[in-house]
Design a binder for this molecule. Structure first.
Ligand code: BGC
Length: 262
Protein backbone atom coordinates (compact mmCIF):
# COMPACT_ATOMS: atom_id res chain seq x y z
CA UNK A 1 0.00 0.00 0.00
CA UNK A 2 1.32 3.46 -0.87
CA UNK A 3 0.80 6.63 1.14
CA UNK A 4 0.43 10.08 -0.44
CA UNK A 5 4.16 10.75 -0.75
CA UNK A 6 4.90 7.22 -1.96
CA UNK A 7 6.04 5.50 1.26
CA UNK A 8 5.47 1.77 1.43
CA UNK A 9 3.43 1.33 4.61
CA UNK A 10 4.54 -1.15 7.29
CA UNK A 11 8.16 -1.36 6.12
CA UNK A 12 11.25 -0.86 8.25
CA UNK A 13 14.65 0.36 7.18
CA UNK A 14 18.06 0.80 8.78
CA UNK A 15 19.94 4.08 8.61
CA UNK A 16 23.44 5.07 9.75
CA UNK A 17 24.45 8.73 9.99
CA UNK A 18 28.19 9.36 9.83
CA UNK A 19 29.11 12.59 11.60
CA UNK A 20 32.33 14.25 12.74
CA UNK A 21 31.96 13.24 16.38
CA UNK A 22 29.62 10.26 16.32
CA UNK A 23 28.32 7.50 14.05
CA UNK A 24 24.69 6.73 14.84
CA UNK A 25 22.30 4.08 13.57
CA UNK A 26 18.88 2.62 14.19
CA UNK A 27 15.96 0.67 12.80
CA UNK A 28 13.28 3.06 11.51
CA UNK A 29 9.54 2.56 11.04
CA UNK A 30 9.03 4.01 7.58
CA UNK A 31 5.32 4.47 8.14
CA UNK A 32 5.91 7.07 10.86
CA UNK A 33 9.61 7.98 10.64
CA UNK A 34 10.05 6.93 14.28
CA UNK A 35 13.07 4.99 15.58
CA UNK A 36 12.02 1.46 16.49
CA UNK A 37 14.93 0.83 18.88
CA UNK A 38 17.19 3.20 20.80
CA UNK A 39 19.75 4.87 18.60
CA UNK A 40 23.17 3.16 18.77
CA UNK A 41 26.02 5.67 18.83
CA UNK A 42 29.76 5.04 18.60
CA UNK A 43 32.41 7.76 18.62
CA UNK A 44 33.79 8.52 15.16
CA UNK A 45 37.26 6.93 14.87
CA UNK A 46 40.23 9.26 14.44
CA UNK A 47 41.44 9.48 11.80
CA UNK A 48 38.05 8.81 10.19
CA UNK A 49 39.50 6.86 7.29
CA UNK A 50 37.15 4.87 5.05
CA UNK A 51 38.19 1.50 6.55
CA UNK A 52 37.85 2.70 10.15
CA UNK A 53 34.41 4.20 9.49
CA UNK A 54 33.25 1.07 7.64
CA UNK A 55 34.27 -1.10 10.61
CA UNK A 56 32.27 1.17 12.96
CA UNK A 57 29.21 1.08 10.69
CA UNK A 58 29.42 -2.74 10.64
CA UNK A 59 29.63 -2.82 14.44
CA UNK A 60 26.48 -0.67 14.79
CA UNK A 61 24.54 -2.87 12.36
CA UNK A 62 25.72 -6.02 14.15
CA UNK A 63 24.82 -4.62 17.59
CA UNK A 64 21.32 -3.87 16.32
CA UNK A 65 21.02 -7.42 14.97
CA UNK A 66 19.83 -6.04 11.61
CA UNK A 67 20.36 -8.24 8.55
CA UNK A 68 18.57 -6.26 5.82
CA UNK A 69 19.72 -3.50 3.49
CA UNK A 70 21.37 -0.42 5.00
CA UNK A 71 21.49 3.30 4.13
CA UNK A 72 24.54 5.35 5.15
CA UNK A 73 25.09 9.13 5.09
CA UNK A 74 28.41 10.87 4.49
CA UNK A 75 29.17 14.61 4.74
CA UNK A 76 30.27 14.52 1.08
CA UNK A 77 28.92 14.75 -2.40
CA UNK A 78 28.02 11.15 -3.30
CA UNK A 79 27.35 10.07 -6.87
CA UNK A 80 26.47 6.43 -7.65
CA UNK A 81 27.90 5.42 -4.29
CA UNK A 82 31.27 7.17 -4.73
CA UNK A 83 32.30 10.00 -2.36
CA UNK A 84 33.43 12.98 -4.42
CA UNK A 85 34.32 15.64 -1.86
CA UNK A 86 35.59 15.84 1.70
CA UNK A 87 35.09 19.38 2.98
CA UNK A 88 35.00 18.47 6.67
CA UNK A 89 36.08 14.82 6.67
CA UNK A 90 39.23 12.80 6.00
CA UNK A 91 40.50 13.53 2.45
CA UNK A 92 41.00 9.79 1.92
CA UNK A 93 37.25 9.61 1.21
CA UNK A 94 37.59 11.43 -2.12
CA UNK A 95 37.14 8.88 -4.89
CA UNK A 96 36.27 6.05 -2.47
CA UNK A 97 33.51 3.74 -3.64
CA UNK A 98 31.69 4.01 -0.32
CA UNK A 99 28.85 1.76 -1.38
CA UNK A 100 31.25 -1.09 -2.25
CA UNK A 101 33.27 -0.50 0.92
CA UNK A 102 30.25 -0.58 3.28
CA UNK A 103 28.70 -3.48 1.40
CA UNK A 104 31.91 -5.53 1.79
CA UNK A 105 32.04 -4.67 5.51
CA UNK A 106 28.42 -5.85 5.81
CA UNK A 107 28.84 -9.22 4.17
CA UNK A 108 27.90 -8.14 0.65
CA UNK A 109 24.40 -6.87 1.41
CA UNK A 110 22.72 -4.00 -0.41
CA UNK A 111 23.89 -0.55 0.76
CA UNK A 112 22.85 2.92 -0.41
CA UNK A 113 25.04 5.93 0.39
CA UNK A 114 23.92 9.54 0.28
CA UNK A 115 24.91 13.02 1.43
CA UNK A 116 24.07 13.75 5.09
CA UNK A 117 21.97 16.87 4.41
CA UNK A 118 20.13 15.11 1.59
CA UNK A 119 19.15 12.37 4.05
CA UNK A 120 17.96 14.92 6.61
CA UNK A 121 16.04 16.78 3.90
CA UNK A 122 14.21 13.67 2.71
CA UNK A 123 13.28 12.83 6.30
CA UNK A 124 12.11 16.35 7.23
CA UNK A 125 10.12 16.63 4.02
CA UNK A 126 8.29 13.34 4.57
CA UNK A 127 7.88 13.15 8.35
CA UNK A 128 9.00 16.46 9.84
CA UNK A 129 8.83 20.21 9.35
CA UNK A 130 8.21 20.01 5.58
CA UNK A 131 5.49 17.37 5.81
CA UNK A 132 2.55 19.49 4.78
CA UNK A 133 4.38 21.70 2.31
CA UNK A 134 3.96 20.80 -1.33
CA UNK A 135 6.25 23.24 -3.16
CA UNK A 136 10.01 23.64 -2.88
CA UNK A 137 11.50 22.93 0.53
CA UNK A 138 15.14 23.84 1.21
CA UNK A 139 16.67 22.19 4.25
CA UNK A 140 19.86 23.68 5.63
CA UNK A 141 21.96 22.17 8.40
CA UNK A 142 24.12 24.54 10.41
CA UNK A 143 27.11 22.83 12.04
CA UNK A 144 30.79 22.60 11.18
CA UNK A 145 29.71 23.51 7.66
CA UNK A 146 26.36 24.24 6.02
CA UNK A 147 24.63 21.27 4.42
CA UNK A 148 21.75 21.66 1.96
CA UNK A 149 18.92 19.66 0.42
CA UNK A 150 16.40 20.87 -2.15
CA UNK A 151 13.15 18.91 -2.36
CA UNK A 152 10.30 19.58 -4.76
CA UNK A 153 7.05 17.76 -4.04
CA UNK A 154 8.94 14.97 -2.28
CA UNK A 155 11.63 14.60 -4.95
CA UNK A 156 15.21 15.44 -3.98
CA UNK A 157 17.69 17.27 -6.19
CA UNK A 158 20.77 15.47 -4.79
CA UNK A 159 24.18 16.90 -3.92
CA UNK A 160 23.41 20.59 -3.87
CA UNK A 161 26.32 22.18 -2.02
CA UNK A 162 24.81 25.53 -1.09
CA UNK A 163 27.20 25.88 1.85
CA UNK A 164 29.98 26.47 -0.64
CA UNK A 165 28.14 29.14 -2.61
CA UNK A 166 29.96 32.47 -2.51
CA UNK A 167 27.89 35.11 -0.78
CA UNK A 168 29.25 38.67 -0.81
CA UNK A 169 32.77 37.47 -1.49
CA UNK A 170 32.91 34.64 1.03
CA UNK A 171 31.76 31.01 1.10
CA UNK A 172 28.38 30.79 2.84
CA UNK A 173 29.60 28.24 5.38
CA UNK A 174 32.56 30.44 6.29
CA UNK A 175 30.06 33.20 7.09
CA UNK A 176 27.18 31.45 8.75
CA UNK A 177 27.96 27.86 9.85
CA UNK A 178 27.38 27.52 13.59
CA UNK A 179 31.11 26.71 13.94
CA UNK A 180 31.79 30.31 12.80
CA UNK A 181 29.51 31.65 15.51
CA UNK A 182 31.49 29.61 18.06
CA UNK A 183 34.94 30.45 16.65
CA UNK A 184 34.22 34.21 16.53
CA UNK A 185 32.14 34.16 19.70
CA UNK A 186 29.30 35.95 17.87
CA UNK A 187 26.04 36.80 19.64
CA UNK A 188 22.85 35.28 18.18
CA UNK A 189 22.00 38.79 16.99
CA UNK A 190 25.23 39.20 15.02
CA UNK A 191 25.16 35.65 13.72
CA UNK A 192 21.56 36.11 12.53
CA UNK A 193 22.77 38.99 10.34
CA UNK A 194 25.10 36.58 8.53
CA UNK A 195 22.41 33.88 8.26
CA UNK A 196 19.99 36.46 6.82
CA UNK A 197 22.56 37.45 4.22
CA UNK A 198 23.01 33.83 3.14
CA UNK A 199 19.26 33.03 3.11
CA UNK A 200 18.53 36.11 1.01
CA UNK A 201 21.00 34.97 -1.60
CA UNK A 202 19.53 31.46 -1.66
CA UNK A 203 15.93 32.67 -1.88
CA UNK A 204 16.72 35.11 -4.67
CA UNK A 205 18.05 32.23 -6.75
CA UNK A 206 15.76 29.35 -5.71
CA UNK A 207 12.48 30.92 -4.55
CA UNK A 208 11.67 28.15 -2.06
CA UNK A 209 8.32 27.94 -0.24
CA UNK A 210 10.00 27.05 3.02
CA UNK A 211 13.42 26.87 4.67
CA UNK A 212 13.83 24.15 7.29
CA UNK A 213 16.88 24.75 9.48
CA UNK A 214 18.62 21.89 11.28
CA UNK A 215 21.86 21.10 13.06
CA UNK A 216 22.45 21.36 16.81
CA UNK A 217 21.84 25.11 16.83
CA UNK A 218 18.24 24.58 15.67
CA UNK A 219 17.48 23.51 19.26
CA UNK A 220 17.99 27.17 20.23
CA UNK A 221 15.88 28.40 17.29
CA UNK A 222 13.90 30.82 19.44
CA UNK A 223 17.09 32.83 19.92
CA UNK A 224 17.77 33.41 16.22
CA UNK A 225 14.91 32.50 13.84
CA UNK A 226 12.83 35.51 15.02
CA UNK A 227 15.79 37.80 14.20
CA UNK A 228 16.07 36.70 10.55
CA UNK A 229 15.04 39.31 8.02
CA UNK A 230 14.75 37.28 4.84
CA UNK A 231 11.52 36.85 2.87
CA UNK A 232 10.81 33.09 2.94
CA UNK A 233 9.37 31.46 6.09
CA UNK A 234 11.98 29.64 8.21
CA UNK A 235 11.05 26.81 10.57
CA UNK A 236 13.22 24.62 12.78
CA UNK A 237 13.77 20.98 11.87
CA UNK A 238 11.40 18.66 13.72
CA UNK A 239 13.42 15.45 13.79
CA UNK A 240 16.61 17.01 15.19
CA UNK A 241 19.30 14.41 15.71
CA UNK A 242 17.41 11.54 14.08
CA UNK A 243 16.84 13.13 10.64
CA UNK A 244 20.02 11.70 9.08
CA UNK A 245 19.28 8.20 10.35
CA UNK A 246 15.67 8.36 9.15
CA UNK A 247 16.61 9.65 5.67
CA UNK A 248 19.27 6.94 5.33
CA UNK A 249 16.71 4.31 6.36
CA UNK A 250 14.29 5.66 3.72
CA UNK A 251 16.82 5.02 0.96
CA UNK A 252 17.87 1.66 2.46
CA UNK A 253 14.35 0.33 1.93
CA UNK A 254 13.97 1.99 -1.42
CA UNK A 255 17.31 2.66 -3.16
CA UNK A 256 15.38 4.37 -5.94
CA UNK A 257 14.10 6.86 -3.34
CA UNK A 258 13.11 9.97 -5.17
CA UNK A 259 16.26 11.57 -6.52
CA UNK A 260 18.90 9.14 -5.21
CA UNK A 261 20.65 7.17 -7.95
CA UNK A 262 20.82 3.45 -7.02
C1 BGC B 1 29.85 19.52 2.83
C2 BGC B 1 28.48 18.93 2.53
C3 BGC B 1 27.82 18.49 3.83
C4 BGC B 1 27.79 19.65 4.83
C5 BGC B 1 27.22 19.24 6.17
C6 BGC B 1 29.69 20.65 3.82
O1 BGC B 1 30.93 21.20 4.11
O2 BGC B 1 30.45 20.00 1.64
O3 BGC B 1 28.59 17.83 1.64
O4 BGC B 1 26.50 18.09 3.56
O5 BGC B 1 29.09 20.16 5.03
O6 BGC B 1 27.93 18.18 6.75
Amino acid sequence: MLSRKGTVVGVRGFGVDVGGSGIKGSVVDLDTGALVVDRIKIETPHPATPDAVAATVAEIVARAGWDGPVGVTLPSVVTTGVARTAANIDPAWIGTDARALFSAALGGRSVTVLNDADAAGLAEDRYGAGKNVDGVVVLLTFGTGIGSAIIHDGVLLPNTELGHMEVDGKEAEHRAASSVKDAKDLSYKDWAVEVTRVLRRYEDLLWPDLFVVGGGISRKHDKWIPRLENRTPVVPAALLNTAGIVGAAMVSANPQEKGIAP
